[in-house]
Design a protein around this ligand. Structure first.
Ligand code: NAP
Length: 468
């Protein structure tokens, strides 16, 4: 695959970037390793925080330039791109501010002289997707750099300008060489980086396919890994949920980032026929009102999907779903204009034999179901190989919590679509992966929690009955 900027709004190839040579990759790993061993891990937390929060400040200063790269390369609506830039800066700042607390040594009260320290691991290798080109990088860089690790990133091949722009946030005379490195690596080189002894952890955000390939390799090399993979989040609507605000949340949940979010609300499950009919009609009306256009224009409400192959894959999934009996309540086709636009689409009548019953639809396509009761809603919500997020909408918070508790997912929300914030742990179960990013949990994924035990001089030798 080539590292290229292709405008999803026009289909035009804008720029191609050369892949990294084996020699330069080796030099990058050597720099990263030296940076970790001789410099970064030894710097006081306050010094790490100064550099990470300066990167956040720089991102805010150049917010418009950075947002434009996102819109150019993967077609995000410009206002959403601005929001992503702000969120990414907030993430960097959050970990700069909270690391000191997360890194505090824990005294084991019930074991005299024993403490647990949190130490960094070394070079962490990240393989990242294009859908939130800065947020995905900030999610790794903020916590990992503050832990004392250093980071090498292979970003998605369709967002090279975003990848280079993020790397520039750390380009300064007082930043040690190798602290944060972007590599335009191919898959063979990715495999070699994973095997390399200088790399101590691997994190992937992407598809199940990429996750399984990298996790297998990391497992063979006995490296810790974190997998943030796909999702098909349920959005359950109970009979008592107020219709209009629930529909507002549904549209945000499904259409944010043109539907290309791992935690998008992909399956709408409404309890009760009457409420189902009202909800479907509102969903179709709102999705049908979205206007395709240039994503840099504020009047545009439907952007392109990220690439021609993403568009073709989505259209194939829709065709297959139709062939297996699904009904198209809205859309279903490519938009008749240049670029990679798919009509906002709503599919109904999806039975368990339909391939899309268990697939992830990564774009502006909603699957709609009506069920008779709460139990059926929970059963359908969990009838997926994925387990990322899920949400329940109801006026009854106790009932909402009870249903949320039964979702097989890493995140559950009542009266809010699944979302992310710097301080919330993010990740899933089942085929959505393992491990977490963000919050203290994500901060602790690539650390050495090291026991130190100090006994008085002259302590007696352990007795033979003590396990060793
Ligand atoms: P993808 O094809 O898996 O790409 C993601 C990254 O993995 C890219 O950098 C890609 O490189 C790389 N990659 C793919 N196959 C690889 C292999 N065999 N070896 C090494 N690297 C490999 O994912 P996508 O389809 O573009 O992105 C969407 C997917 O990511 C969806 O399933 C979505 O749900 C998931 N996602 C999950 C989260 C989460 O936090 N759970 C967040 C966002 C997205 P190239 O670009 O060079 O192919």
């Amino acid at each position: 695959m080539a590292y290229q900027t292709v405008s999803p709004a026009t289909g035009q190839l804008i720029k191609t970037f050369p892949g990294i040579s084996d020699a330069e990759l080796e030099a990058t790993l050597a720099r990263a390793h030296t940076c970790y061993e001789t410099d970064w891990r030894h710097r006081p937390v306050s010094e790490r925080a100064r550099i990470v929060s300066r990167a956040a400040a720089r991102l805010r200063e150049r917010a418009e330039e950075y947002a434009q790269y996102v819109t150019l390369e993967m077609g995000k609506l410009i206002n959403e791109a601005r929001g992503e830039v702000a969120l990414s800066a907030d993430i960097l700042d959050y970990y700069a501010q909270h690391a000191e607390n997360y890194l505090k040594t824990e005294v084991l009260e019930d074991a005299r002289g024993c403490v647990v320290e949190t130490r960094p691991l070394g070079v962490i290798f990240a393989v990242e997707p294009w859908n939130f080109p800065y947020y995905q990088l900030a999610r790794v860089a903020g916590p990992q750099l503050m832990v004392g690790n250093v980071v090498v990133v292979k970003h998605a091949s369709n967002v090279p300008q975003c990848a280079l722009a993020f790397e520039r946030l750390f380009d300064d005379d007082d930043v040690p060489a190798g602290l944060y490195s972007n590599v335009f690596a191919n898959f063979d080189q990715v495999a070699r980086v994973i095997d390399d002894q200088r790399v101590r952890g691997v994190t992937v955000t992407g598809s199940e396919r990429a996750g399984a390939t990298v996790a297998e390799r990391a497992g063979r090399a006995l490296k810790k890994s974190v997998m943030e993979l796909g999702g098909s989040d349920p959005f359950i609507v109970l009979e008592d949920a107020p219709l209009e605000p629930t529909l507002d949340n549904a549209i945000w949940g499904r259409m944010n980032n043109t539907g290309q979010s791992c935690v998008a609300a992909k399956r709408f499950i409404v309890v009760g026929k009457e409420r189902g009919a009202a909800f479907l009609s509102g969903l179709v009306k709102r999705m049908g009102a979205l206007k395709a256009g240039d994503p840099v224009e504020l009047s545009t409400s439907l952007g392109p999907v990220s690439s021609e192959s993403a568009m073709n894959h989505l259209l194939e999934q829709i065709e297959e779903a139709k062939g297996a009996g699904a009904r198209v309540a809205l859309g279903g086709h490519r938009v008749d204009r240049p670029g990679f636009y798919v009509e906002p689409t709503v599919l109904t009548d999806i039975d368990p034999h339909n391939p899309i019953y268990t697939q992830e639809l990564f774009g502006p396509v909603a699957c709609f179901y009506v069920v008779d009761n709460e139990e059926e809603a929970i059963k359908l919500a969990n009838a997926t190989p994925f387990g990322l997020g899920g949400s329940v909408f109801t006026a009854d918070l106790v009932r909402g919590r009870r249903i949320a508790d039964q979702l097989e997912s890493g995140m559950a929300f009542v009266n809010h679509p699944t979302w992310t914030a710097p301080n919330l742990p993010f990740g899933g179960v089942k085929n959505s992966g393992y491990g977490r990013e963000l919050s203290e949990i994500g901060f602790g994924e690539f650390v050495n929690r090291r026991l130190v035990s100090i006994s008085p001089a002259g302590s007696p030798a352990p007795s033979v009955t003590q396990a060793g």
